[in-house]
Every structure is written in C-alpha cells, then in structure tokens.
Design a protein around this ligand. Structure first.
Ligand SMILES: Cc1cc2nc3c(=O)[nH]c(=O)nc-3n(C[C@H](O)[C@H](O)[C@H](O)COP(=O)(O)O)c2cc1C
Length: 359
C-alpha cells in the first residue's frame, strides 16, 4: 500500500512530499494504521526503558521530520515507541532557501540543508501541551542562525526554560551541519558550558516534579575519534545524561549521484557504518553509565540489533521511514523479536553493549 503512496510522493520534489506527508498525518491521524497491514503488539522481549520512559520497543522517530510537532498523533499511529520533535530554536526562523532537501534513491539516502526551519520553542510548547500521546516525546533544541556562538548558550537555556516542563527528554543539538558554526560548539569548553547550564535550567524548571527530563547531546558522525572520546568524557563530567549518535554527515562516500554534490548533511544507508563506529566509541567511554540512542542508516532488524549490541540502548529512524513507510516499524519489531528468541536473549536490554568490538 505504501508503494502506491510512495510513487505519488516521490513524483514531487522531496520537500513538497515531506509537507504533504505531515499534512496527511495531521488531518488523518489513522493513516499510519491503514498503511500497516501487519500491525500487532510488539513482543514483550522488546519492551525497554530509557530513564523513566517505558517503551514498548526500542525504535523511535529521529528529530527533524516533525520539527514543530504538528502530526504527533499520526506519527504515534505509525508504530514508533517514542518521538523526537525539533530541532526548534528560541525564535521562529525560515531556514535556508529552497531547494534544500534531496533524495538519492539508489542509496536510500537523503541530503538536507534545511537549516532549522521551525516555528520556535513557544509554538512547540503549546503543541506538546495540547497533544494526547501515550508514548514519550523528546524535544531537540538548537540555536538561532542569527545568534552568535558566543551567546549560543543563552538560546539553549531559554529553550530549556520553555520546554523542560512538557518534554520527556531534551536533546542539545550541536551537530547539525546546516547552521553555520553550530558544530564548533562541539569543542569541549563550549559543549560542557551548554550542558551544565541546560541541566541547571532543567533542574530549576522541574525540581517540583517527580521526574526530570534527562538531557542528551546529539553528536556529529564527522568528529574524529581523537576528539570524540575526550569530548564524551568531559561531557560526562559536565553531567550529560546520554547521547544521540549520530546526526547527518558531510561525507559523501564516493556516491556519484548528482544530489551527492548538494551541500548539506547526508543521511540514510551510507551513514550506518560511521554511526556504528561512533556508538562503539561512546560505549567504551561510558561503559553503560548513560544511555546511547543510536541513529543513522537503520533499514533492517539486523541494523537495529547491531547498534544495540554495540552499545545503543534504543535507536531512532528518519530516512528509512521516508523510503519504506510505516510498515517498516512492524517488519523491524517482528524480525527483531524473532532474532532475540532465536539467540536466547530474554530482554532487549540484555543485548546492550554485548559486541566484542567494531571495525
Ligand atoms: C530532512 C532532515 C531533517 C533533519 N533535521 C534534523 C533536525 O532538525 N535536528 C536533528 O537533530 N537532526 C535532524 N536530522 C537528522 C536525523 O534526526 C538523523 O540524525 C539522521 O537523519 C540519521 O538518521 P537516518 O539515517 O535514519 O536518517 C534531519 C534529517 C533529515 C533527513
């Protein structure tokens, strides 16, 4: 069924297809269910936890697809176990000029340079307050393009003030390649300052509550291991409560397609290996002390399995959802549950970090 819809969507440019999909999910929130012929309750061996969040399986939606949280009910019906909204910025901003989203169909990849087009943190807060979801939602926050890096921390703190009370977790995004200078905030000093101040603000906003949304940092796959490992150690000392590994990459892996020449971040299948390497490197640093959310190039149950075995507690998907549609979630969960059964793994959490090494 999705193959027919995909044909229609893929006959228009990628961003028009994106907005059409979100509008459909917003106006017909049950669409996801109709597109899932094999939908069933996930097997109990897939149930897991991320801090206070109970998840029926370990596969969530990555940031960027529904930045402003306009189609949350529709996305929940697609079968994700959690959703991440954003990246939002303190003030609304239009993002980069179009075209800014491109498909590389042969590779099941995307290139985007959206540039945090979003309606702002206040608008997202309102949407989250009005939503009636049964699954957790994380809010991914960034800085406005016009905010100089020297003041970036203020943007992150302000977004935290607005969103800490309505999100199940928060993500500091310092890894998008499409906001000039943003990835420079991944230097140890700046990143630690942002983490410390965001956590302090989160505590101020939520000290009266029984739980506080954990604060994760989303990292770039383009950080070399020599910088990634010390950065992760420092961020842990600064109080970082988890990672998302990874964002999109500037690498092109010798892909010849004309869209590979577009500037922006590459996502989808070609990103899988580097994302896995980053997860493995982070797991060595954290030894399971804080969770890793694995993201990048997941298309099969084996891809999920591999990321979890390397150290991810849960995973997220973006590009595969565009290429395969909502039925993908049921294929992934059913095949993953079967593999756990076959290998005698009782709970998905038992698999985390069990890989010997990764090359
Ligand atoms: C069109 C598009 C927009 C994205 N926007 C964001 C964003 O706003 N914030 C963010 O942290 N990641 C963003 N991402 C990155 C994804 O969340 C994810 O990290 C990346 O696509 C790798 O996962 P995938 O290979 O499953 O697509 C975006 C990705 C795409 C394709």
């Amino acid at each position: 069924m999705y193959s027919v819809l995909r044909k229609l969507l893929f006959s228009t440019d990628a961003e028009t297809a994106h907005h059409t999909t979100l509008s459909m999910l917003k106006t017909a929130p049950n669409m996801g269910k109709w597109l899932r012929p094999k939908a069933q309750q996930p097997a109990p061996n897939l149930a897991t936890q991320l801090y206070h969040m109970d998840l029926k399986h370990p596969i969530g939606l990555a940031a960027g697809l529904d930045k402003d949280g306009i189609a949350l009910t529709g996305l929940e019906a697609c079968g994700f176990s959690m959703l991440e909204v954003g990246t939002v910025t303190l003030r609304p901003q239009p993002g980069n000029p179009k075209p800014r989203l491109f498909r590389i169909v042969e590779e099941e990849a995307l290139v985007n340079r959206m540039g945090f087009n979003n309606a702002g943190a206040h608008a997202l807060k309102k949407r989250l307050q009005e939503s009636h979801l049964t699954i957790p939602v994380g809010a991914n926050i960034g800085k406005n393009k016009i905010t100089p890096n020297a003041q970036a921390v203020d943007d992150y703190v302000a977004c935290t003030e607005i969103l800490a009370g309505v999100a199940d977790y928060l993500v500091i995004n310092v890894s998008s390649p499409n906001t000039p200078g943003l990835r420079d905030l991944q230097n140890e000093q700046e990143a630690c300052r942002i983490v410390e101040q965001v956590i302090a603000e989160r505590n101020r906003q939520t000290s009266h509550r029984s739980y506080q949304p954990p604060v994760f940092v989303k990292l770039s796959p383009d950080l070399p291991d020599e910088s990634l490992v010390p950065l992760a150690s420092k961020l842990l000392e600064a109080g970082c409560e988890g990672w998302i590994a990874t964002n999109t990459t500037l690498e092109r892996y010798q892909i010849k397609h004309i869209h590979a020449r577009e500037s922006g971040g590459l996502s989808g299948k070609p990103l899988k290996t580097r994302s896995n390497q980053v997860i493995a490197a982070l797991y060595k640093v954290t030894e399971g002390k804080v969770p890793i959310i694995g993201c990048g190039g997941i298309y099969s149950a084996d891809d999920v399995y591999e990321k979890i075995k390397l150290g991810a507690s849960v995973v997220q998907i973006y590009s595969a959802f565009i290429y395969r549609g909502p039925a993908l979630l049921d294929v992934l969960t059913q095949e993953l549950a079967e593999r756990l059964d076959r290998e005698g793994v009782q709970r998905i959490a038992d698999l985390v970090g069990q890989a010997e090494s990764y090359k």
